[in-house]
Design a protein around this ligand. Sequence first.
Ligand SMILES: NC(=O)c1ccc[n+]([C@@H]2O[C@H](COP(=O)([O-])OP(=O)(O)OC[C@H]3O[C@@H](n4cnc5c(N)ncnc54)[C@H](OP(=O)(O)O)[C@@H]3O)[C@@H](O)[C@H]2O)c1
Length: 243
Amino acid sequence: MNSESNTILITGGASGIGFSLAEHFLKLGNTVVICGRRKDKLEEAQAIHPHLHIKECNLAIESERIGLFDWTAKNFPKLNVLINNAGIQRRIDLKNSEEWSETRQEIAINLEAPIHLTTLFIPHLLNQQNPMILNVTSGLAFSPLANVPVYCATKAALRSYTLSLRHQLASTPIDVIEIIPPAVNTDLGGVGLHTFGAPLSEFSESVIKQFLEGKKEITFGFSEKAANASREELNDTFKKMNA
Ligand SMILES: NC(=O)c1ccc[n+]([C@@H]2O[C@H](COP(=O)([O-])OP(=O)(O)OC[C@H]3O[C@@H](n4cnc5c(N)ncnc54)[C@H](OP(=O)(O)O)[C@@H]3O)[C@@H](O)[C@H]2O)c1
């Protein structure tokens, strides 16, 4: 697996896990493009790393996903790696109904967008050297945290899609990799909600190490345990997490 000279698009790459991976990939000698909704965050990231390419894009909107693909294919014709990292996480009390648009937006960002981008990018990636798709799921794909129910459902669905994608693309040059984070200390879901998580630098260093080793499922701490747990162990985990 080549660690350098790739051209990589990281969705949601201006903060948290995406930004940390962007920094590592830049350091290894790759061209990195990041996208996200917040212009100020993208510019902040570019001010830290002037070689970083940025693109404003709201992945909840179908036409913006198509626009992102068209812009990337035109400006970075050698793009060979898509990292579907952008995501949101919302705490919801299912006893109190919410506007459907709120629920739908979470599904659109976490599930619809990576599936749509994958569909858009596959024909392009088939013509590239060392093409790859990396999907960022979650340890919660294996055992849900009940107060973020839609989030966990989208991550379980994205994991399922990733397994099918890898199976279907096995006869092509496109590698399919799943990054399965445990709780990591980022601003996911709001500032301060993930301070109990693994330090971001430790997590992302381990992700890069496993990536360079050629691992197809990249886990860390809790997610390594969850990915290898029996049904009985997962039932126990569910009870403990949701006590
Ligand atoms: N941190 C954890 O504990 C943890 C655990 C398991 C999995 N993960 C997954 O890791 C990924 C990265 O999360 P993180 O922890 O690094 O949190 P984060 O810092 O909040 O990163 C999420 C990124 O997604 C972008 N994003 C959200 N909605 C978007 C949209 N509609 N269009 C474009 N970009 C959008 C955000 O940028 P804008 O707001 O500017 O758009 C942000 O840069 C997510 O998929 C998350 O589910 C995280």
